[in-house]
Ligand binder design. Structure first.
Ligand SMILES: [Zn+2]
Length: 129
């Protein structure tokens, strides 16, 4: 059957989508009740593989902060990295809330550092790096 989340064709009898890991049967039945709100139903399905996204968001956040402090970072890069981190943390939130919250916090700090550095450069408080 086709996955209702990503459209991937899966073998009949498969419980989870081989592409995105969604529970095929649950989405199928829920679709009859709420056609528009499939994303809400998908959010309730917890996959262990989603935990890696939370860990990725922590790696991006902490790595970005270290780079920003020791090497310096442009606002554009810090915005890009923190946006990436936020999206990973959002994915990881379904699997591990604690790790995802740490990811959110670290990427929030990264974004703040990027903004602060760009302001400092704007007012020529520090030399451009
Ligand atoms: Zn899928």
């Amino acid at each position: 059957m086709n996955c209702k989340n990503c459209g991937m064709m899966n073998n009949i009898g498969e419980k989870y989508c081989k592409n995105c890991g969604c529970l095929l049967q649950t989405i199928e039945t829920n679709n009859n009740i709420a056609n528009q709100n499939t994303s809400v139903n998908v959010d309730k399905i917890v996959m262990p593989s989603m935990k890696k996204y939370a860990i990725f968001s922590i790696i991006i956040g902490s790595g970005g902060i270290i780079c920003a402090i020791f090497i310096g970072m442009s606002l554009l890069i810090s915005v890009f990295l923190s946006a990436l981190g936020f999206s990973f943390a959002t994915k990881g939130l379904k699997a591990n809330k604690t790790l995802a919250v740490i990811g959110y916090a670290l990427n929030g700090i990264l974004l703040a550092i990027g903004i602060i550095i760009s302001f400092l450069l704007l007012f020529e408080v520090v030399e451009p790096m």
